[in-house]
Design a protein around this ligand. Structure first.
Ligand code: MN
Length: 286
């Protein structure tokens, strides 16, 4: 017998910009991420109009340690380079799942040709926490072309793309360290679907565009609905259509120590991250 979850909160993202090329919204960030556990941050950059530029804009080189960064591109193109020697271009529909773990330095920019032409950019960046035992593991990079992401149709016609974990009988291509579900869902107007996730997972829904109702509660672009871990289903419905991001995962019940690009368990580990970064132990951008 499945039970419907209770909506515990609906929050509205706030304006946020990163570097010189990414403007949009922040739904939550590491300092306030406890209700979103195991997720640490959700930025939604765009839709924004990129003006043509010979020099690609974005975020210059910076470190990360202790978690994973996930980039999902919906429109436009991005280019990534890091200290582990990875270099990738992401186009509409592509996903990059980067495990910073023990430490990585990367830059995140508009893709070169896209930068020269300009155009519409729309993407999401999600930070996923790692358990203490995985925080100092080797960095890992999963570059997932959109063609590798399974798409499915829900019983009442909603279109689903599963990036990580399992939803509606589909399995995402990403390897994760702890149980996580990341999927995006397109609902046309007047649709209603029941979404089922494991009963022990946190579950939140972010609206990328349009408006929807979750268990009858209205939610619109730039808002995130949080559920209590008190059931396994939610009801998603639309009157005029929506694109939503579904995030679920097993909460990591460990202390959090957060400072900028480092998310560890203790203050000592944060200080160690700083000194390791300054000593060049996170490598050099390649
Ligand atoms: Mn970064």
């Amino acid at each position: 017998m499945k039970t419907q979850r209770t909506i515990s909160d609906i929050r509205t993202a706030t304006p946020s910009s990163v570097g010189d090329g990414f403007v949009g919204l922040n739904a939550f960030h590491p300092q306030g991420s406890r209700p979103f556990n195991p997720f640490l941050l959700l930025d939604h950059h765009g839709p924004m109009q990129v003006q043509p530029s010979e020099r690609p804009k974005g975020v210059d080189e910076h470190p990360h340690r202790g978690f994973e960064t996930v980039t999902i591109v919906y429109d436009g193109a991005l280019e990534h380079r890091d200290s582990a020697g990875n270099h990738g271009k992401l186009f509409a529909g592509d996903v990059q799942w980067m495990t910073a773990a023990s430490g990585i330095i990367h830059e995140e920019k508009h893709e070169q040709a896209f930068s020269r032409q300009g155009g519409n950019l729309d993407f999401v960046q999600l930070w996923v926490n790692l358990r203490a035992k995985d925080k100092m593991s080797q960095p890992r990079y999963q570059d997932i072309a959109s063609s590798r992401i399974p798409m499915g149709t829900l019983p009442n016609g909603g279109q689903l793309r599963i990036i990580a974990g399992e939803l509606a009988g589909l399995q995402g291509p990403v390897n994760t360290f702890s149980p996580i579900v990341v999927a995006d869902l397109m609902l046309a107007s007047g649709q209603s679907e029941t979404i089922t996730v494991p009963a022990d997972h946190s579950l939140m829904v972010y609206v990328l565009s349009g408006q929807a109702a979750i268990n009858g509660k209205p939610i619109e672009r730039g808002q995130v609905a949080l559920t209590k871990i008190d059931g396994d289903t939610i009801d998603l419905s639309t009157t005029s259509g929506a694109k939503v991001l579904i995030l679920a995962g097993e909460p990591i019940q460990e202390p959090l120590a957060v400072y900028g690009p480092f998310v560890m368990n203790t203050r000592e580990e944060i200080l160690e991250a700083f000194s390791d970064f300054q000593a060049g132990k996170m490598g050099v951008l390649q």
